[in-house]
Design a protein around this ligand. Structure first.
Ligand code: URP
Ligand code: ZN
Ligand code: ZN
Length: 466
């Protein structure tokens, strides 16, 4: 059984920071011991990784990606192969992607289709949530079966009427089912019916540029939907996880619910923390690069998101990675912002951007690991296999250089998309080496992984509820 020792680094988990050596046997972490202790010095190894001056952190867990997602007549540009390779470059070793139920079809069909796309192609481990596009008696029953086989979370949309939208009755039924079978409802909280009225009015008045995407998808329509989702979850006696929270007013709804002790959780994404409506307003249709939903908000909302992350009113930072090339994909919406495919690239940059947040003083090092590794793992039933460095955990480990300087750019990123949302942004900190279940997939900034190394991981139910 191959043995690896990672020597001399600062091991950071959500719970503590210690100068420790890490012993790995085959795919698992088997021991930690103080660096230079007799115990650690006594370890024999086939391979020693010198982490002196570096951080040793758990591989990132990104619980919100959309590889190859069909949207707006096209497909997200990253396949499972390219997207998971890019994730590995950025220090993420597990993704949870969204399988989609097509209207009129069974959940099983959608799940099978996503297994086919991902199987044999991933560089890192992966699991699935299920998007419910058609809540009826059949899909409600199927939810039970999916929970039993490790698909333990279900996304519903209050937005996109005619596509993914569920009405309040369908939402209530799905929540009731989740309360019964342990499935966690993940909510895209925007009032899509009202938004569609504003879209129609904007287009009729000739307001067609990308920036109007942000103007019609009002913060109040995010907070209204968030409030409604929380009340429906209370009625159902179900927990709730609100995805891609971007508006200060929506954070306030989550805070109020959590202050009441309700099992309500929230996620935000780097694009809402670092970008704003200024980007959506970039000239020459460049704003299309930043079209996603919920939309980017005015810069002033960012303080509330950072505060929410510090106070634990927001618990997770995911990427909502859903990349569309500017050329040929985002361009579908020239002259009509509502036809711009919604989504942004980001799976490669989450760990770095959040390390930058540590450098900038927004969060502590341990909170970085908590919101990017440990909590997503617990939220989606993967802990402590994923999300921490401890005996028994999978050896998903990142050697992170906190002092390296890098510039984010389309020229150097590995995502299959023709622009960077962070072009020219300077970051302090960079991934050096990445192990996925003990296998080196990035070795001192060289890709050594392979498509097919990544395994499907069935998940337990949310670990904040038992
Ligand atoms: O704009 C986004 N977020 N696209 C991906 C689909 C979703 O709603 O998460
Ligand atoms: Zn969404
Ligand atoms: Zn999404």
């Amino acid at each position: 059984m191959p043995r690896t020792v990672i020597r001399g680094g600062l091991v950071i988990t959500a719970a503590e920071e210690t100068h420790a050596d890490v012993l790995i046997e085959d795919e698992k972490i088997v021991a930690l011991a103080a660096s230079d202790s007799e115990c650690a010095r006594g370890w024999s190894a086939d391979r020693i990784i010198d982490a002196t001056g570096k951080y040793v952190i758990p591989g990132g867990v990104d619980p919100h990606t959309h590889m190859e997602m069909p949207f707006g007549g096209t497909f997200a540009a990253d396949t499972f192969e390219t997207g998971t390779r890019a994730a590995a470059w950025g220090g993420t070793t597990t993704i949870v992607d969204f399988a989609i139920q097509t209207k009129g079809h069974a959940l099983r069909e959608g799940l099978d289709a996503w297994h086919l796309k991902a199987g044999g192609n991933c560089a890192i481990d992966y699991g699935f949530h299920m998007i419910l596009s058609d809540v009826d008696q059949g899909s409600l029953k199927e939810m039970d079966l999916l929970v039993e086989e490790g698909v333990t979370s279900f996304k519903l949309f209050m937005a996109y009427p005619g596509v993914f939208y569920s009405d309040d009755g369908q939402i209530l039924r799905a929540m009731q089912r989740g309360a019964h079978n342990g499935g966690l409802i993940m909510m895209h909280a925007e009032n899509g019916i009202a938004i569609d009225v504003l879209v129609e009015q904007a287009l009729a008045e000739g307001r067609t540029d990308p920036r109007y995407h942000g103007e019609v998808r009002k913060a109040l329509l995010e907070s209204e939907a968030t409030h409604r989702a929380i009340q429906l979850a209370r009625v159902a006696g179900a927990p709730l996880y609100v995805v891609h929270v971007s508006a200060e007013e929506a954070v306030a709804e989550l805070t109020q619910a959590r202050d009441k002790g309700l099992p309500v959780f929230g996620e935000t994404c780097p694009q809402y923390l670092f970008l704003s409506t200024d980007n959506l307003a970039e000239p020459d249709f460049e704003g299309a690069k930043y079209v996603c939903s919920t939309p980017l908000r005015p810069r002033e909302h960012q303080a509330a998101l950072w505060r929410g992350l510090r106070t634990n009113d927001l618990q997770v930072v995911s990427t909502d990675h859903c990349p569309f090339c500017f050329s040929g994909q985002k361009e579908l919406g020239r002259g009509d912002f509502s036809k711009i495919p919604n989504g942004m690239p980001g799976v490669e940059h989450r760990m770095d951007l959040l390390h930058q947040a540590v450098v900038d003083g927004h969060i502590s090092r341990r909170r970085w690991i908590e919101i990017a590794c440990a909590t997503p793992a617990r939220m989606f039933g993967l802990y402590p296999k994923k999300g921490t460095i401890a005996p028994g955990a999978d050896a998903d480990v990142v050697i992170y250089d906190p002092g390296a300087e890098q510039t984010l750019s389309v020229e150097t990123h590995h995502m299959n998309v023709d622009y960077s949302a962070y072009e020219g942004k300077q970051i302090t900190g960079q991934v050096r080496t990445v192990l996925s279940r003990g296998t080196t997939v990035i070795d001192q900034r060289e890709y050594t992984g392979r498509a097919g190394h990544g395994r499907y991981v069935p998940r337990a139910t949310c670990q904040y509820l038992s």
